[in-house]
Design a protein around this ligand. Structure first.
Ligand code: FAD
Length: 543
């Protein structure tokens, strides 16, 4: 017996979902479908509240698809003295791994050291981190000397590094983690809608009593009535606070973080690696399938394109410098970068500090009309953030909120964690799947991979990894309505596919069009807009 597949409303159920949004009065209206909003919606729905969540563009289209994609405690915050933050997120790693082992894959993080003294200092920090995170014996750190480095990470320059400390971190797919949480919320009764920007917070007698929004797919305007309104709009939290109170003062400082991607054959790292930058920050080099991504930068953002913050040549050079210095691979030229992404950290402003010095702590504010705004934090801490937000909601709204009766796995997470076994099972059942493709599918879909592939096991184009069934799944189960929703956030191909991406985009547009009833012109315009975005992603401007 399997529960019916929890799904998000697709294009076909749009009208009935909007009817429901207008008909009911909800306990909570949540603005924003990133990890913060998704976590709140799941937690609230599990605790028996009725929830409507509205996302302006696509789920996870903001910061929550532009992170470093690590479920981590943030070793560096330990050095900054943020012990409580590190403990909470270090412990959360185990919880997320239990709820969704495919979206929290244990990987080794290699931290090279130049001297014994450097290694000793690292080990001390990592040992504390492991204690805080209650790390299991088999996951405790190892120390590498030259021989182990040669075996384990042969591209690291052994002229520069004689040692490395290697410890456990967890790799996720941020956008898919958001979608999994939203599906869990929907399964527990929440109404969840993308492509529906909130344009106003409505009120009666000085208290917020809902939101006004517009479905950008159908043009229909609608209102949602709610006992409490939650603002989880990430980098847009201040803008949404402005809907409640025009006189509000900004609380956020946005910091831009850039990642760049190269084909794995150009920089064949095997694990996750930490390098130091010239300005004494750390960046990650992360192997993921056919791609390796490098990031991140950390600079204040003052532009006005919060959706697609510009990436400059300076950002790219900053990331490539330590790579050229610390690996023996031929230095990478900016022209070899196949894709890139920039995200904005919604940090709680602290005057006089540089972006990387500002704490990643989260904070909740109650607005003058009772809107609860939450910002800051990390992907990793989304569950404690949701709990804290609901405590505030109980305080301001008078709603009684009980404990969740249980903490069930996220959709796709009920398989115990053996990803290799899952991939082997897929290969056994679908003979045409390559090793590479079945591993990727296991990681993206977990125990649901078989159901996804049974909808179409052929690759979308020869040599590409995504299979036809994924499009069917994305449009019917995961609320994908535009080509970009699939390309960037359901399948991740915009970032990790390094082959013929233009051909893949055309195939995706056709296949998606068949499922959503697009005419020829719509198929072409969707493909053209995705091709243009892919080109813009790597069109680095001089700053
Ligand atoms: P968002 O994901 O931006 O979601 C807010 C949503 O609100 C958006 O989708 C937006 O479209 C929507 N919205 C805005 N206005 C409206 C409106 N009027 N109506 C409806 N919807 C609206 N954390 C980790 O744990 N691990 C990492 O490895 C990590 N790496 C990072 C790397 C970078 C470069 C950055 C920038 C951050 C990183 N973080 C990491 C932090 C983490 O990504 C963020 O804390 C988290 O994604 C923020 O999620 P959010 O839901 O608050 O914001």
């Amino acid at each position: 017996f399997r529960m019916s597949t929890p799904s998000l409303p697709g294009v076909a159920d749009r009208d009935s979902t909007l009817d429901r949004a207008e008909r009911e009065t909800f306990d909570l209206a949540v603005i924003g479908g990133g990890i913060t909003g998704a976590g709140i919606a799941r937690e609230a729905a599990l605790r028996g509240l009725s929830v409507a969540l509205l996302e302006a563009r696509d789920f996870a289209s903001g910061t929550s698809s532009r992170s470093s994609k690590l479920i981590h405690g943030g070793l560096r915050y330990l050095a900054m003295g943020d012990v409580a933050l590190v403990r909470s997120s270090a412990l959360e790693r185990k919880v997320i791994h239990r709820l969704a082992p495919h979206l929290a894959e244990p990987r080794w993080m290699v931290v090279p050291a130049r001297s014994w003294a450097g290694l000793a200092k690292l080990r001390a920090g990592i040992t504390t981190y492991e204690k805080l995170g209650d790390v299991e014996p088999q996951d405790l750190h190892q120390n590498w000397g030259r021989d182990e480095m040669e075996q384990g990470e042969p591209l690291l320059s052994r002229e520069r590094f004689a040692h490395a400390c290697v410890y456990r971190e967890y790799l996720t797919d941020d956008a898919r983690l958001v979608v999994a949480n939203l599906r869990a919320a929907a399964a527990a009764g929440a109404l969840v809608l993308n492509h529906s920007p909130v344009s106003d917070v409505t009120e009666s007698e000085g208290r917020a009593d809902g939101v006004a929004a517009r479905c950008s797919l159908t043009g229909r305007e609608f209102r949602v009535r709610a006992r409490c309104v939650i603002n989880a709009a990430g980098p847009w939290v201040d803008a949404v606070r402005g809907l409640e109170d025009e006189a509000t003062k900004p609380r956020l400082m946005l910091s831009k973080g850039v990642h760049i991607v190269v084909p794995a054959e150009r920089l064949a790292v095997r694990n996750l690696v930490i390098l130091n930058t010239d300005d004494k920050r750390s960046i990650f080099v992360i192997r993921r399938g056919r791609a390796v991504y490098i990031g991140t930068t950390d600079t204040f953002y003052e532009g006005d394109n919060e959706e697609w913050p510009e990436i400059t040549r300076e950002d790219v050079e900053y990331l490539l410098r330590p790579v050229a210095r610390d690996f023996t691979a031929e230095p990478i030229a900016p022209e070899e970068i196949t894709s890139a992404w920039a995200g904005l950290r919604p940090l709680i402003g602290e005057k006089g500090k540089s972006p990387s010095e500002i704490s990643r702590k989260d904070e909740v504010w109650i607005g003058p009309k009772g809107v609860v705004s939450i910002a800051g934090g990390k992907l990793t801490g989304y569950r404690p953030m949701a709990e804290m937000t609901l405590d505030k909601v109980a305080e301001v709204s008078g709603l009684t909120i009980g404990d969740a009766p249980e903490n069930p796995p996220l959709p796709g997470g009920d398989f115990g964690g053996d990803l290799e076994g899952l991939a082997a099972g897929l290969r056994g059942r679908f003979g045409d799947l390559s090793d590479e493709s079945s591993r990727r599918l296991a990681r993206l879909y977990g125990s649901e991979a078989e159901e996804v592939v049974s909808r179409g096991a052929a690759p979308l184009t020869p040599g590409a990894l995504p299979v036809v069934g994924e499009l069917d799944w994305a449009t019917n189960v995961e609320g994908a309505a535009k080509l970009r929703d699939f390309l960037y956030r359901r399948a991740g191909s915009a970032y990790y596919e390094v082959g013929d991406r233009e051909g893949l985009v055309d195939a995706m547009a056709r296949s998606m069009g068949e499922r959503l009833g697009w005419d020829e012109a719509k198929v072409e315009s969707e493909a053209a807009s995705s091709r243009a975005q892919l080109a813009r992603d790597v069109d680095f401007k001089n700053s």
